[in-house]
Design a protein around this ligand. Structure first.
Ligand SMILES: [Zn+2]
Length: 226
């Protein structure tokens, strides 16, 4: 026999499920930001520019996400220069979207290698999103896992929603450069990043700080990702 508490829980959930559903739909839009472009080539090596690698990767991620029914917007579709504020503005025009800036790294010390993901310092959602992205990449790709790091990057500061910047490898490192230029590797990066975004997007809304918790009574977790 259900107790009055159970009836109360069902009543509250009936009221709140439409809001939760709307929230989940809102968070299904992704904004991918291919770093650099146009007059800004980014890191360079042997005639290869970072700006071309990031655009190729962004289009591959979009293809994976679109194939699974998700909406995707790119901050640039071709080799053009877009300012950091304008990149963030693309995301800020889409309420509830998830923003990922894509880059490839470079270092004066050519032995430096690995993948790392940055988030804005103090951003709980940024940190959570970064952990999903870095976790997926570290699971399948053999390289040094440089982890998730808080960093005051302009594009992350200007983005209002969950946002990260992924450095997908050092093109200053010979081994990583060869790998980053190959189609198979970019496809692996794309599939892992897309998988991370989909997993993150499934998180319930009540984990977004700054918004009220929608379920304040003890119920079973909505997502297995919790
Ligand atoms: Zn870059």
């Amino acid at each position: 026999m259900p107790s009055s508490r159970h009836y109360y829980a069902i009543w509250v959930l009936t009221l709140l499920i439409p809001f939760y559903t709307a929230s989940a739909q809102d968070r299904g839009h992704f904004v991918l930001d291919p770093g650099h472009g146009g007059k800004d080539p980014g890191s360079q090596r042997d005639g290869m520019n970072e700006k071309n690698l990031t655009l190729d990767l962004a289009k591959r991620i979009r293809k994976v996400l679109a194939g699974r029914g998700h909406s995707v917007t790119l901050t640039r579709e071709k080799d053009v220069y877009v300012g950091l504020e304008d990149r963030a503005a693309v995301a800020n025009r889409i309420p509830g979207c998830i923003f990922v800036s894509l880059h490839f790294n470079s270092h004066a010390n050519r032995s430096v290698s690995g993948i790392e993901t940055f988030y804005w310092p103090g951003s709980i959602e940024g940190q959570r999103l970064a952990s999903y992205v870095q976790g997926e990449l570290g699971r399948r790709i053999v390289t040094r896992n440089r982890g998730c790091k808080p960093e005051q990057l302009k594009v992350l500061e200007a983005t209002q929603g969950p946002a990260v910047l992924v450095e997908c490898g050092f093109i200053s490192n010979r081994w990583e450069f060869q790998r980053c230029c190959s189609s198979w590797f970019k496809q692996v990066l794309a599939e892992e990043i897309a998988q991370a975004l989909i997993r993150y997007q499934k998180l319930p809304k009540n984990q977004i700080p700054g918004k009220p918790a929608i379920i304040a009574i003890p119920v079973s977790p909505v997502s297995s990702d919790l």
